[in-house]
Design a protein around this ligand. Structure first.
Ligand code: SF4
Ligand code: SF4
Length: 381
């Protein structure tokens, strides 16, 4: 039976976080159950973009510091790594580590940061959709991966947690190719499951002390949840995490796809250890507004002329807030099908080309991209 531990943690005070992360892992048998002395252990955090820890877009540095300390206490060597959105360069990594508070805790606790921006192409014969994949070389050089995710909503996948966090092992802008090749949510979710089965993290930890609700994964609002969760199974961890914030697991496509492959159980079949999920449950967690009506994406996602037409007329679409936009072009540079062009220094999206991946919203540093339904849809509704 899969096990997930849940431990109450009210804030990011370092000793409280260390205590909560330690307890969550001890409930699973302790760090020595997952790693051995002498191992090189990669801590795969969510470092999506340059955001301060209090913005709740990235894994909080104190959670990472606590995990690194436990890895060290188990006799292994931790390295913090991620491939954030945008270019995968040493310069970009430095900027993200600094902004996210990772550089500071790494210097304080003498934790190694990954600056290797090489990539490797590896076969994955067990993959359902992808039989080989490009990954950051740091993953290949590690003996074990510990997945340290942040509990957030997501414009495309509804929720991002343990499984989706591993998309960050795909180097930089190569991520856009996956969006382009797998335009349907179902296929993209299958790819996320494939990546997860390739990486096989030995342990997954969820930073749910403060998560993100609303227009996640970067334009939403921080929301106190007050918990740290951990599991040997990233799939079970996601089931427990979404249940904690009142999202039915069946609505999350990565969970559905994993379940179909027998990789994931229902909540009732997962052993929940530690504090009570019911007592910590958030009943009014806000999901992205356009996700309240999801049938168009469900039935008309994809590349057929009909799907394109329906989506262009009725589907949710990125809308740019030109007052907030600073013209940085990050959305243009990271749009997988190159559907965005800059006109007079401001982005304009060609909705016939847009594949509704919402990378533009995800990577906008100014929260200047909103996902909205068309006026036609709102009128019919
Ligand atoms: S990423 Fe945001 S701020 Fe930058 S150009 Fe696009 S909308 Fe404007
Ligand atoms: S415009 Fe935005 S949502 Fe549409 S394809 Fe480009 S990045 Fe994705």
């Amino acid at each position: 039976m899969e096990r997930v531990s849940i431990v109450k943690c009210g804030d990011y005070q370092p000793s409280r976080v260390y205590e909560a992360v330690t307890r969550s892992i001890n409930l699973l048998g302790g760090m020595s159950q997952f790693i051995k002395p002498g191992m090189k252990v990669l801590l795969k955090c969510n470092l999506l973009m340059r955001k301060k820890p209090e913005e709740a877009t990235t894994t909080h540095p104190e959670i990472v510091a606590a995990a690194a300390r436990l890895v060290r206490e188990a006799g292994a060597v931790p390295t913090i790594a991620d491939s954030p959105g945008g270019l995968f360069t040493e310069r970009a990594l430095r900027g993200v580590y600094r902004a996210c508070g990772i550089e500071e805790i790494a210097a304080r606790d003498q934790i190694q940061l990954n600056y290797n921006v090489e990539e490797a192409v590896r076969p994955h014969p067990q993959g359902k959709i992808i039989k080989s994949l490009a990954v950051i070389r740091a993953i290949e050089e590690a003996d074990a991966v510990i997945n340290i995710a942040k509990l957030k909503t997501h414009g495309m996948t509804l929720y991002t947690g343990a499984v989706k966090n591993l998309f960050g092992v795909i180097p930089g802008t190569t991520k856009a190719e996956y969006h382009l090749r797998m335009k349907k949510l179902k296929d993209f979710s299958d790819v996320l499951v494939d990546i997860c089965t390739y990486v096989k993290p030995v342990l997954s930890i969820m930073d749910a002390v403060v998560g993100m609700e609303g227009q996640g994964p970067s334009a939403g609002d921080p929301r106190k949840i007050g918990a740290v969760l951990a599991s040997g199974s990233p799939f079970a961890l996601d089931v427990a995490s979404v249940s904690l914030v009142g999202i039915p697991p069946g609505k999350v496509c990565t969970i559905q796809r994993a379940k179909e492959r027998g990789l994931c159980s229902d909540l009732k079949d997962i052993a929940l250890l530690g504090d009570s999920l019911e007592d910590l449950k958030i009943h009014d967690f806000k999901i992205p507004s356009h996700k309240h009506v999801g049938f168009i994406e469900q039935y008309f996602s994809g590349d057929s002329p009909v799907a394109r037409f329906i989506n262009a007329k009725f589907g949710p679409r990125p809308v740019f807030d030109y007052d907030g936009c600073i013209g940085c072009r990050d959305c243009e540079k990271n749009c997988p099908p190159r559907a965005i062009t800059m006109v007079d220094g401001k982005p304009v999206a060609d909705l016939n080309e847009c594949i509704r991946c919402y990378c533009c919203q995800e990577l906008c540093p100014k929260k200047a991209v909103h996902i909205k339904r068309s006026w036609l849809f709102r009128t019919f509704r």
